[in-house]
Design a protein around this ligand. Structure first.
Ligand code: NAI
Length: 666
């Protein structure tokens, strides 16, 4: 443990502590906390100590914060309190060490890392891409509980409130402007040497550190204003993390620091036990899992280089996929469609890319990007050079069969092929593909350039190497992939069906469309189920249900009335002003009278979604429950504070109630 924090006492009485927690990032593990305790004792005992500097031994990481795995395992308020007492005890000991101290920051200085840095006399930071400073805890359902809600406002005043609530991560220069950082060292500068200079100046009284006395008499008004901003961003949902963070700031700033820290502890023990904290932490973990698709690939797999990609079909989806290939890679891209579809497709790409360029989202000019695009109506020699082809032609098995027969002749035998089908089994289409082991599914979501998710589908004949290759392509075009097997609706559409079906059932039982949609909006879904039906095109779920043999009379009546959705046919369930079209009400096939509360609507819908999820696991459509939660959070905007439907079912006791067990290991 002694090696995590290493003290060397220099001749002039400067203690230099270099710390390095095993692992890629410094986080507050038990060993790191014990190491800090030891080194603080060493410093206290050091003879002739005039001041101390703490600097990370890692090339680009000060401290990334608390260890979320450790926090997730906390099972009671009492346990949380014990952990907090350790952090607070150590940071206070550091604060009261009796000599000036300097935190020398390079790389991430986040959460519990910044709270650590705030206990020093002063902070110096080296500028750089990875030097980010902030308290992002609210983004994982928590708030800064290691003194951050008290020390940061006392250092920089009211701007701290927004930084904490939004979890903003600041570059060093901005943190310096705000007064969090006292000195800046330019990128590449000698951080330790500059930290020593700063320490000398503090010792000699010439540092001129800015420590203005802030007047917090207006804290109630500031907290009220901040609360309103938060509620705007959460569409009225009172999420525990920002609400309790605000309470800690507001109450704590009315008291002296030591009391304020106790107040913060009290609220933190509350927030850490909320299901939203655990849900948000799960979302953080599943995001990390899928940030780099390599984690989903077979260990040791080396992807074949991708040098050229082709897309079949330049319609809604082909265009979207083309945008993501062109803006995220340097591959030449070949697109095939009928001649009349080519120029309109290219004009569409240009329009979308120009919009991105205006928002400074592109690294190159639109012309440079489009220069890699090659359009064709023939299977010419270009296809022989393609390493991967994505098929996005009409959703018609006859068309697809024909396309695969022709394509198989045009490409090399080792060219990967992926279908973007939304409903035709991959295994069924594989029959028309020469060497079907190199063929799988890649189900994108529309609009492709805005939706992160892609489902990678392994048909019966798809080799694992092909799945890995498709995952590699997903990574190259910056998608967040999940892996699944053939299934009607794959994962996301299968899970979303009960969302729509139950909603309609509740409407048929006499609940208003508005009440049903509102129940799911207050649960945190971005779009209510009935509105979603209207937006995707009412005939789409209707046809799916007919295909599954499930009668849905309301949809039948609505579609029969020519209402395919406001966007699709100019007529749907809603009017342009967002209200329900009264003409739809007589088309609802009323089935009785059962008024449900918002809570009952939410539980009813979630129960059926989770049952589908359990079935996907039982039938091995997915091997890992996290794939379902990733799919729902990034495919349909399931609220990130709930961690995905399966994790939420665990956290609320629903999975135990339904199946006597949880989906995740607890
Ligand atoms: P679309 O109708 O907008 O475009 C299809 C394009 O394929 C048309 O431009 C057509 O000319 C072209 N095409 C037809 N036969 C072709 C051939 N033999 N060679 C080259 N091009 C050919 O259809 P969309 O919506 O883009 O759908 C394409 C595929 O993506 C379908 O399998 C669909 O199920 C799937 N999908 C659609 C989603 C959506 O939201 N629209 C979402 C996810 C998947």
């Amino acid at each position: 443990m002694a090696d995590i924090f290493k003290l060397s006492l220099e001749k002039d009485g400067t203690g230099v502590v270099v710390f390095d927690v095993p692992g890629p990032m410094n986080t507050w593990t038990d060993a790191a906390l014990a190491g800090l305790a030891e080194v603080l004792e060493e410093l206290k005992a050091a003879k002739g100590l005039r001041g101390a500097i703490f600097i990370s031994g890692k090339p680009d990481n000060f401290f990334a914060g608390a260890n979320l795995q450790m926090i997730e395992k906390i099972e009671s308020g009492g346990e949380a309190r014990k952990v907090l007492d350790v952090f607070h005890g150590l940071f206070k000991k550091l604060q009261d060490i009796g000599v000036p101290t300097v935190a020398a920051v390079h790389g991430h200085c986040l959460g519990g890392g910044l709270e650590f840095a705030l206990a020093f006399t002063a902070r110096i930071a080296r500028e750089g891409k990875t030097t980010l400073i902030g308290l992002p805890e609210c983004n994982v359902g928590l708030f800064p509980g290691g003194g951050g809600t008290q020390r940061l406002p006392r250092l920089i005043g009211y701007p701290a409130i927004e930084l904490i609530l939004k979890g903003t991560m600041l570059p060093a220069a901005r943190a310096h402007q705000l007064g969090i950082i006292d000195r800046l060292v330019p990128a590449g500068g000698d951080l330790l040497a500059e930290a020593k200079k700063l320490l000398e100046e503090i010792i000699s009284g010439t540092a001129g550190l800015k420590r203005p006395a802030h007047d917090f008499s207006g804290i109630d008004q500031a907290a009220d204003a901040a609360r309103k901003e938060v509620l705007k961003a959460t569409r009225g949902r009172e999420l525990p993390a920002p609400m309790l963070a605000l309470a800690a700031i507001r109450d704590g700033l009315k008291a002296p620091l030591d009391e304020g820290l106790e107040i913060e502890k009290k609220y933190f023990t509350e927030v850490v036990m909320t299901p939203e904290a655990k849900g948000s932490i799960n979302t953080f973990f599943i995001k990390t899992l899928t940030d780099k698709p390599k984690a989903l690939m077979t260990k040791g797999f080396t992807p074949k280089p991708l040098r050229k990609v082709a897309i079949l079909g330049f319609g809604t989806m082909g265009r979207g996929i083309a945008i993501d290939v062109l803006r995220n890679t340097n591959f030449p891209l070949l697109v095939k469609d009928v001649p009349e579809a080519l120029e309109p497709g290219k004009a569409f790409l240009k329009k979308i890319l120009e919009g991105m360029a205006e928002k400074k989202r592109l690294k190159e000019s639109v012309d440079a990007i489009l220069s890699r695009l090659d359009l064709t109506s023939e299977y010419g020699s270009g296809f022989g050079e393609a390493d991967l082809v994505v098929e996005a032609v009409f959703e018609d098995i006859k068309v697809k069969d024909q396309v695969y027969k022709e394509l198989s002749k045009a490409v090399r035998e080792d060219c990967l092929i992926a279908s973007n089908t939304s409903s035709i089994p991959i295994t069924k289409m594989a029959g028309a593909v020469l060497k079907p082991e190199r063929f799988g599914g890649m189900h994108f979501f529309s609009p492709v350039w805005m939706m992160q998710l892609v489902e990678v589908i392994q048909g019966d004949k798809t080799s694992r190497e092909t799945v890995d290759g498709l995952l590699n392509f997903a990574g190259a075009i910056r998608k967040r992939p999940i892996v699944c097997r053939d299934n009607p609706g794959f994962v996301v559409n299968a899970m979303i069906l009960p969302y729509l079906v139950n909603a309609l059932k509740y409407v048929e039982e006499g609940n208003t469309i508005e009440a049903v949609d509102q129940a799911m909006l207050s649960f945190g879904m971005p779009v209510g189920p009935v509105r979603l039906t209207d937006e995707v095109g009412i005939d789409v779920p209707y046809k799916v249900l007919v295909g599954m043999g499930i009668p849905q009379n309301s949809l039948k009546n609505i579609v029969g009335d020519g209402r395919l959705g406001l966007k699709k046919s100019g007529k749907g369930i809603f009017l342009k002003d967002g209200s329900v079209d009264p003409a739809v009400l007589p088309l609802i096939a009323r089935s009785g009278e059962r008024k449900r509360s918002a809570g009952e609507i939410q539980e009813g819908i979630l129960t059926d979604m989770v049952k589908v999820g359990k079935d996907l696991l039982d039938r091995k459509i997915v091997d890992d429950v996290r794939m379902i939660d990733v799919g729902l959070v990034w495919g349909v905007g399931f609220p990130p504070d709930k961690g995905g439907p399966m994790r939420w079912a665990d956290l609320t006791g629903l999975s135990r109630k339904l199946f006597g067990k949880t989906f995740y290991r607890q």
